[in-house]
Design a binder for this molecule. Structure first.
Ligand SMILES: Cc1ncc(COP(=O)(O)O)c(C=O)c1O
Length: 395
């Protein structure tokens, strides 16, 4: 058989381009900041995950620079062999203290934590039960597992109980319930308290991915466990340093048993080089900033309340948002794209989220609020949204 071994690369890409499903990458010239330069234009940034603007915090930058001088540019190895520096252990101690758990483990990214740990927690003869709107990194972690898979309707506790009851009656050995803490496309919060209760009732383990909750919800931004007053009751609290902490790195927090198990079993942790010391130092400093400077979380919420109140008053539909993730529902993809293009011309950077990331008729502009934005920036953005919304006919 005559094969074209790599022809699919171009064909697949062309097909993405024809359907407008391809990503067009923009260039950030300089830091990710509330007002920054994108492709040569100054824009108000409304789609970065740098919620608290900590990536520009002087203490965090200083800590990072200092670690290069004291520890070098790279760690030299995977954690398990020769790449566990004092800074890595210190960062993990700080995470556990901040999350009020017995222990914590840091992975290279949140994706690596989900892809590495989930498939190790359950095996053949077990079942994973997952919210239908969970993040792609959870979905990939679930796919890597040999366990059976169950899905419950988004945040529907009745449906979760049905799936649990069914799993219980089938006699699975282990049951693992997985949910996002804050859903990244809609900005709603999982009913983590009820999930924990149901899990206790059915003898299931709980895993909450709080990538968008840490540094954002709960007292001092301590995340979903603190938000519901159930700290220590979620078996695996997973998070990331790549969002509100303004750095990079995945984390899990829970019992010492969990951490011992996780680092001996997760292949993404065992077989991949550890963070450069500058990153570990920045992680430590970011937690310190969260612990000692509550103003960042307060400002994030103040900006969120102001923006949401005004954008809703204009007639925009913000879906089920309860957090600084604010979707503006546009319906068809074309409208979301047109609005985003209009906004960019007005100096506002807010990207469209379209099929296949969300359902075909649920295209939206997803705004992520930032603590560093000033009232004048919010007003400028609101004005542009109002004109843009009218132009594309969604308000
Ligand atoms: C819910 C959720 N989980 C996990 C991740 C992955 O985190 P990281 O950027 O650290 O790989 C993301 C990032 O987009 C996310 O939104």
């Amino acid at each position: 058989m005559k094969r074209n071994p790599n022809g699919f690369l171009r064909e697949e890409y062309q097909s993405l381009v024809e359907k407008s499903f391809n990503w067009q990458l923009r260039t950030l010239e300089g830091p990710s900041a509330p007002v920054c330069k994108v492709d040569g234009n100054e824009v108000i940034m409304l789609c970065s995950n740098n919620y608290l603007n900590l990536s520009n915090h002087p203490k965090i930058k200083r800590a990072s620079k200092k670690a290069i001088d004291t520890h070098g540019a790279g760690s030299g190895s995977v954690r398990a062999i020769a790449g566990s520096m004092d800074l890595h252990f210190e960062a993990e101690k700080r995470v556990a203290k901040f999350k009020r758990t017995e222990s914590a483990l840091i992975y290279q990214t949140g994706f690596a934590a989900n892809a590495g740990l989930i498939p190790q927690l359950v095996e053949k003869g077990d079942i994973i039960i997952s919210d239908e709107l969970n993040h792609g990194s959870i979905i990939d972690g679930v796919r890597l597992s040999k366990a059976d898979k169950g899905v419950f309707k988004h945040s529907d506790m009745g449906d979760l109980e049905n799936v649990l009851r069914d799993a219980d009656s089938k006699g699975y050995r282990r049951i693992l319930i997985i949910t996002d803490g804050v859903f990244s496309m809609d900005g709603d919060i999982a009913h983590a308290d009820q999930i924990v209760k149901l899990a206790q009732q059915y003898g299931a383990m709980t895993y909450v991915d709080d990538a968008h909750g840490e540094g954002v919800i709960g007292p001092d931004g301590r995340g979903v466990g603190a938000h519901f007053g159930i700290e220590g009751k979620i078996d695996v609290e997973m998070g990331t340093f790549s969002k509100a902490y303004g750095v990079v790195g995945g984390l899990i927090a829970g019992s010492q048993d969990l951490v011992n198990y996780a680092y001996n079993k997760s292949r993404t942790w065992l077989l991949s080089g550890s963070h450069p010391p500058a990153v570990a130092a920045a992680q430590i400093a970011a937690i310190e900033v969260l612990e000692t400077e509550p103003r960042h979380v307060k400002r994030l919420w103040k900006n969120t309340r102001y923006f949401k109140k005004n954008i809703k008053r204009m007639g925009f539909d913000t879906g089920h948002s309860e957090t600084p993730i604010i979707p503006l529902m546009c319906g068809e993809s074309a409208k979301a794209k047109e609005l985003s293009a209009f906004l960019y011309k007005e100096g506002i950077f807010a990207l469209p989220i379209i099929f296949p990331m969300v359902a075909r008729d649920k295209a939206r502009i997803r705004i992520i609020m930032n603590a560093g934005l000033k009232r004048e920036h919010l007003d400028k953005a609101l004005d542009a949204f109002e004109r843009g919304g009218k132009k594309v006919g969604i308000i």
